[in-house]
Design a binder for this molecule. Sequence first.
Ligand SMILES: Nc1ncnc2c1ncn2[C@@H]1O[C@H](COP(=O)(O)OP(=O)(O)O)[C@@H](O)[C@H]1O
Ligand code: SF4
Ligand SMILES: [Mg+2]
Length: 326
Amino acid sequence: MAALLEVKNLKTYFYKKKSVIPAVDGVDLKINKGETLAIVGESGSGKSITSLSIMKLVPSPAGKIVEGEIILDGKNLVDLSEAEMCKVRGNDVSMIFQEPMTSLNPVLTVGEQIIEVLMYHQKMTKAEATKKAIEMLEMVGFSRAAELINDYPHRLSGGMRQRVMIAIAMSCNPKLLIADEPTTALDVTIQAQILDLMRDLSHKFDTSILIITHDLGVVSEVADRVIVMYCGQVVEEATVDDLFNEPLHPYTIGLMGSIPSIEIESDRLQSIKGNVPSPEHLPKGCRFAPRCPSAFDRCFAEMPELMSNNGRTVRCFLHDTKGDKQ
Ligand SMILES: Nc1ncnc2c1ncn2[C@@H]1O[C@H](COP(=O)(O)OP(=O)(O)O)[C@@H](O)[C@H]1O
Ligand code: SF4
Ligand SMILES: [Mg+2]
């Protein structure tokens, strides 16, 4: 199947006075049309910077895409000018964030915010855009959409604001919706409703979704495939079924151990020992070695490549069929 988005060897670095931070360090990923790909990993693993790189919204001047390609529908976004990227954002790719209030304008009504997007990107008249805005709000589950367009965002609950953000993001029928921790700030029942909504919309419009989360529960709810990131690198890539049936990378296995389960008392929850290393002082060999319960000598000396064998993709010497495992 042809990929909608293909990211190849993406490197996005931050330049500080005395150091360089490889926030995204050689990431490859692919999303097919209509597919939902999740990126999962602990805080600081480079998930958000990967998605901001795809939007070409990396905090600048400190952050910079230094290498790689981001091919959307055959076009390399890395080569586009800011003016060209403005057309891509909103039209081809839209993004929603954890806290919708930061992206909603508090002085504009809900209706005005959607209408503005439609008039700018779709060149609609105000009347056309108003009609479409009401349709979009109905589609994301608001029954009183015609009244809601006159409300200001602060009058809405967190879940309602996220629905409004999804309506805005979907209003130009993007090929790709990027959602960075879209349900992290919401309580559990509302989380489930938002994930259901995203899944429905993706099926209805054949929209591809890139969802970023630190929560494997969210991955199992919505994703088809998943990429596990650690310290700026992909450490495992798999279908959701494969990942949950048989996680291969010791880091993925550790993350699985951290999923809260109603069957296990919360004080017996395992989590991964130790901390994510400082991105300025990354270990020389495998970046997970200092925390890995299976680490052996080679892991501290040499960095494993991302390797594919028998349909599974993992960056770990334990799964290196060519290498000399101990
Ligand atoms: N604005 C910034 N300036 C400097 N470094 C940054 C900035 N944003 C992110 N980073 C670095 O990039 C790393 C990855 O960040 P991020 O992609 O936000 O992680 P995640 O979304 O997985 O929690 C961080 O650990 C940090 O070191
Ligand atoms: S390469 Fe070694 S340290 Fe890294 S995850 Fe595999 S076993 Fe652990
Ligand atoms: Mg993040």
